[in-house]
Design a binder for this molecule. Structure first.
Ligand code: TXA
Ligand code: MG
Length: 307
């Protein structure tokens, strides 16, 4: 369990937004109002900052997170927008619509944000506080709902404090959220548009495929390496590419100092690296099943079962 921190809750004025920007650029997650629900925002370019979102939420699995940007130019730096996606973006942004689009190659996004996928969920939020924060930071922000794992999404600063008090340094209080419901998610990754999560915006163009709704987190969407993977390995067999942890060495190491935040931040990059190696199999050292290690093991166990 992460050590307790003092959680401040500040009215979201200019000084508080500046303080939030300072903390986020320093790698900390901060709770911020959006027009849908309060989000727990971290620098999407910094894997360890994103790992701290999971640490604070106590979430036992890694899902791809939505990336929030200030404007269309910034969105275009991160994702590839085909015509249909661009039409939806122009019509509904800023607003409670998330578009899942192909990740642009070379986009400066930590692989933990997309959970290793070649696609990215992006939205431009309408809330003035989130907008001001995005502009102050000048970087994309990953932000799931600001509640502990298993709890309901927060629509007031007080809900965030109840759920995450002692686990995050700052909550920006922007009053109750307007929509109270998470954004609509539409996938535009080729083929027809698909509704991944219903929400405040109903999109005519995707109603035709609504019978094929896939539950978030269960879409064809989970990255797993293409090679057989073995977990809790003490050492590599001759045909295995070994991902070490702590004192257990390998061809590469999730974290030589045994730090779970660093390991979470590196997990998907190293799985991709192992997949691209010349060895036909992958072995991964044992990672403690506690704190962030639970989410790391969840993902490794799924990858090991994938074939
Ligand atoms: O209203 C909202 O969208 C709130 C506020 C804070 O903006 N955010 C939110 O984020 O609900 P989050 O991270 O909890 O939503 C994550 C969901 C995932 O479960 C997944 O369904 C979808 O977004 N998602 C994100 N990136 C994806 C991707 N690359 N491929 C498929 N689904 C993705
Ligand atoms: Mg949530």
């Amino acid at each position: 369990m992460a050590p307790e921190v003092a959680t401040r809750c500040l009215k979201a004025d200019a000084a508080a937004i500046e303080e939030a920007a300072r903390l986020i650029l320093g790698g900390q997650p901060v709770a911020v109002p959006t027009e849908t629900v309060y989000g727990l925002a971290a620098d999407a370019t910094n894997g360890e900052a994103v790992a701290r979102i999971y640490q604070a939420k106590g979430r036992p699995s890694f899902n791809p997170l939505i990336v929030h940007v200030a404007d269309l130019d910034q969105a275009r730096e991160l994702g590839e927008f085909a015509d249909a996606a661009m039409a939806l973006a122009k019509r509904h942004w800023p607003g409670p619509l998330t578009l899942v689009v192909p990740l642009k190659s070379g986009a400066p996004i930590a692989s933990l944000v997309t959970a290793g996928l070649p696609s990215i969920g992006i939205r431009i939020p309408a809330h003035p506080v989130m907008q001001a924060l995005l502009r102050a930071i000048g970087r994309p922000l990953a932000a799931p709902s600001a509640n502990a794992s298993g709890a309901i999404s927060p629509t007031r600063a007080a809900h965030v404090l109840d759920s995450l008090g002692g686990r995050i340094p700052l909550i920006l209080d922007g009053g109750p959220t307007e929509r109270g419901l998470e954004s609509t998610i539409v996938a535009a990754t080729g083929g027809p548009l698909r509704l991944l999560r219903p929400g405040p915006i109903t999109v005519d163009a995707v109603t035709a495929t609504e019978d094929r709704i896939e539950a978030p987190g269960q879409l064809a969407s989970h990255y797993a390496p293409s090679k057989p993977l073995r977990i809790d390995a003490a050492e590599a067999a001759g045909d295995e590419y070994m991902i070490g942890f702590g004192a257990t060495p390998g061809d590469t190491n999730l974290s030589e100092k045994g730090d779970l935040t660093e390991a979470a931040a590196r997990l998907f990059d190293l799985l991709h690296q192992a997949d691209a190696s010349e060895k036909p199999r992958i072995a991964v050292a044992s990672v403690p099943r506690e704190g962030l290690g639970l989410a790391i093991n969840d993902r490794l166990i799924r990858a090991a079962a994938a074939r």
